[in-house]
Design a protein around this ligand. Structure first.
Ligand code: UD1
Ligand code: CA
Length: 424
């Protein structure tokens, strides 16, 4: 393949999102859209990835180089801002708001563009609203014109073939052709699509790849498709999902085979789940949850930055944050790892086969040794040594004949006054 640079157009204002987050940083399955695009373009092995950004943003951590578009005058003007950094024979240009684009589709675009000055990826959408419509030259696979929705006639709006927003150009061609582009259109913008007449039309195999994100509804839709792809890959590798539509797994999550994910479960980025786990229903595994094999994490359990050894059970209603648990640990219902003192986060360590009684509070930093026990209802603030039981709760007293005495009105009134209203 020829030498190629990539330019990611990421300087648009994203006003249709109506929030304060720069559009390329909106997350899809736990990764910023811009990161998805970078992952896809890296697969064509470019010499250089350049992001065009507005003067207010800095996307330099994602790419090799950045270029600033001073004023948002349109996609053609955005590309022009990067021209002095484009030195390879070819250049692939991609909008930053299309996280579902795949490396395979980009490879197809680049290889099919051989012999053409320009090529564009297109798809046929059932609902093409909002996209630029592609008008071919007769029956040929070549662009006559791309018409933006806002400039389209009623007839043109009926066209289903849309511009995906990904192009491959011969660098010397586009540097010349862009000079002819004017802002003579409804939006008074310099449209990159006006440099596309004559471009080779290349069909996308999966129309979802083309989906762009301009508003919150499209962001939700793209998230759904991204998660579907993640789920499909996981299921193909032997992960069972009771109800994939109600399971939310980020990109960057690894799950071993034989693991069952039950409904309502969220697993966030940078988590690694072992084999034969049972997760959920309604478990929230936040970032950096790492489990061994045969781990059970049940209903309403939240974990974060937690290493959980094989054969460990955390069945119900617990928070496990900043923790390291050994193998074969039992964490009773309602256990809270108290990891935050208002200023700093601290770690809790629980050894192999330890037994954490229900409703224990483990106030970090604290260590429960191998085969140590905490009594139910304890607030543990000191380490519990090997084979010991830590018990830290008030001793129970039983008042004799209490029910009978409560039947006397005077006693009841006095008791309530003394014991229950004493704070007043
Ligand atoms: C664009 C295409 C449209 C295509 C659609 C696919 C143009 C004129 N239209 O429309 O044909 O069907 O994408 O999703 O290109 N940007 C800048 N600077 C600017 C303007 C835009 O960097 O001054 C960037 C944006 O950040 C974005 C990309 O260019 O990543 C496309 O801009 P956007 O406003 O999203 O264009 P669409 O209306 O979606
Ligand atoms: Ca867009």
């Amino acid at each position: 393949m020829s030498e190629i640079d990539v330019v990611i157009l990421a300087a648009g204002k994203g006003t249709r999102m109506k929030d304060n987050i720069p559009k390329p940083l909106h997350e899809v399955a736990g990764l910023p859209m811009l990161e998805w695009v970078c992952r896809a373009v890296r697969q064509i092995d470019p010499n250089n990835i350049i992001a065009v950004q507005s003067p207010d943003e800095d996307f330099s951590s994602f790419v090799d180089q950045t270029a600033v578009q001073k004023e948002q005058l349109g996609s053609a003007n955005a590309l022009e801002s990067a021209f002095d950094k484009v030195t390879s024979e070819k250049v692939l240009v991609i909008n930053a708001d299309m996280p579902l684009m795949t490396g395979e589709a980009l490879q197809k675009l680049v290889s099919s563009s051989e012999g053409f000055d320009a090529a564009v990826l297109v798809a046929s959408l059932k609902k093409p609203n909002g996209y630029g419509r592609v008008i071919p030259v007769g029956q040929r696979q070549v662009v006559e014109q791309i018409v933006e929705e806002k400039d389209a006639t009623t007839e043109q709006k009926k066209i289903h073939l849309v511009n995906s927003g990904v192009y491959c150009f011969r660098t010397d061609y586009i540097k010349r052709a862009i000079r002819q582009v004017t802002d003579d259109n409804q939006q008074e913008e310099y449209y990159l699509t006006d440099a596309l007449p004559g471009a080779k039309i290349i069909d996308l195999e999966d129309w979802r790849d083309t989906l762009g994100v301009n508003d919150q509804k499209q962001l939700a839709q793209v998230n759904r498709y991204a998660r579907q792809r993640i789920d499909d890959l996981l299921m193909a590798s032997g992960v069972a999902m009771i109800d994939p539509e109600n399971t939310y797994i980020d990109a960057n999550v690894i799950i071993g085979s034989g693991t069952v994910i039950k409904p309502g479960t969220v697993i966030e980025h940078d988590s690694v789940i072992g084999a034969d786990n049972e997760i959920g229903p309604f478990a929230h595994l936040r970032q950096k949850t790492v489990t061994g094999d045969d781990v059970h994490i049940g209903n309403f359990v939240e974990t974060k930055n937690a290493q959980i050894g094989s054969h460990t059970h955390i069945g119900h209603l617990s928070y496990v944050g900043d923790a390291k648990l050994g193998q074969g640990v039992n964490v009773g219902a309602g256990t809270i790892f108290v990891n935050y003192d208002g200023k700093n986060k601290h770690q809790t360590i629980v050894g192999d086969r330890a037994f954490i009684g229900s409703n224990t509070k483990l106030v970090a930093p604290v260590k429960i040794d191998d085969e140590a026990i905490t009594a139910a209802g304890s607030t543990i603030t000191r380490d519990v040594p090997h084979h010991s039981m830590g018990i830290a709760r008030q001793r129970q007293t039983n008042k004799d004949d209490f029910w009978k005495r409560m039947q006397h009105e005077d006693f009841a009134e006095e008791y309530v006054e003394k014991n229950l209203h004493q704070d007043k």
